[in-house]
Design a protein around this ligand. Structure first.
Ligand code: HEM
Ligand SMILES: [Ca+2]
Length: 311
């Protein structure tokens, strides 16, 4: 049910860089310990790469060649809060010593996300490799059009991930990524303070008060870095996201509405009660995300540095 795209395989680097997965793990483990916010950042980095012109490391490119003065993909509004790109570069430099010219930045992003899930207590996902890197990034306009907005609802989310071949179960499972990490206040200000926005009314009032306390309505600019945790166990990959959403403590609109929509409510309840099934569906959803728009064979390149295109 989960065909591996042509050009990707589980033994892709067996001859050219057999120690790849060990190198990635060894590079990340110390960072995960010193900065536990790393895992959530790297998981979201993969989503935002794969969602914009495919899993091709386009999000790592610093400036756009075609329009050097305009913000490139990374500068898109919806990429606000993207962090830890430099870690992918650091891993890449190690690999350029160990196996020069072999490993794509796109594969490193997927491997780093896979490690992030595993180190946080989530499923250990084996991923097929062989992605290649794009020669250019998207414009910020294209990136903003490809990434979901922070107030997307259930139906739009289902169709967004259906484009990647995900079932409703898999879509609910991939949203379980919000078991990790944070949301900056600016992404929930409308939900909290727009009286016309009925979504707020379905929140647990104590949770709403907590969010409003963390994200006051008239936030001084100097404090617009404030954030809230996505779920109560923000560094642990578990099914508390679903339990929490069922208690009307979802942070984003989508987190709050998955348990309310007739198409997804039963699945949320199931994952809240059964983390094995959540992990299993998450695994197949993660793989489908990692297959999005991949460049393989003689498409794309292997960049020698992840943040710019020198080929
Ligand atoms: C409907 C789809 C989605 C929407 C609207 C959405 C939206 C958001 C928003 C607004 C944030 C807060 C970012 C910030 O303020 O810094 C966030 C964080 C996050 N998202 Fe999503 N997301 C979606 C799907 C996904 C998927 C598919 C994944 C992973 C595969 C994911 C992983 C994460 C993670 C790990 C964080 C925490 C990042 C951190 O702590 O730095 N999200 N998401
Ligand atoms: Ca991309």
């Amino acid at each position: 049910t989960n065909p591996v795209p042509k050009g990707l395989s589980y033994n892709f680097y067996d001859k050219t860089c057999p120690q790849l997965e060990d190198t990635v793990r060894a590079a990340l483990n110390p960072v995960f310990i010193t900065d536990p916010t790393t895992a959530p950042a790297l998981l979201r980095l993969m989503f935002h790469d794969c969602q914009v012109q495919g899993c091709d490391a386009s999000i790592l490119i610093d400036v756009s060649d075609s329009a050097p003065s305009k913000p490139s993909e990374l500068g898109a509004k919806k990429n606000f809060g993207i962090r830890k790109r430099e870690l992918i570069n650091q891993i890449k430099s190690r690999l350029e010593i160990e196996c020069p010219g072999q490993v794509s930045c796109a594969d490193i992003i997927v491997l780093a996300a896979r490690e992030s899930v595993a180190i946080s207590g989530g499923p250990r996902i084996k991923v097929p490799l062989g992605r290649r890197d794009s020669l250019s990034a998207s414009s910020s306009e294209v990136a903003d059009a490809s990434l979901p907005s922070s107030d997307i609802g259930v139906d739009d989310t289902l169709s967004l991930f259906a484009k990647l071949g995900m079932t409703t179960q898999e879509t609910v499972a991939i949203m379980g990524s919000h078991t990790l990490g944070i949301t900056h206040c600016l992404n929930i200000m409308d939900r909290l303070y727009m009286p016309s926005n009925a979504k707020a009314s379905s929140m647990d009032p104590r949770f709403e008060a907590l969010l409003k306390f963390s994200c006051p309505e008239f936030t001084p600019l100097s404090q617009n870095t404030s954030f809230v945790f996505n779920d109560p166990s923000t560094f642990i990959f578990d099914n508390l996201y679903y339990q929490n959403s069922l208690q009307r403590r979802g942070v984003l609109r989508i987190d709050a509405e998955l348990p309310l929509n007739i198409k997804t409510a039963g699945i949320v309840e199931h994952f809240a009660a059964n983390d094995d099934d959540f992990f299993q569906e998450f695994t197949s959803a993660f793989l489908k995300l990692s297959y999005a728009g991949v460049l393989t064979g003689n498409h794309g390149v292997i960049r020698s540095m992840c943040n710019f295109v020198d080929n």
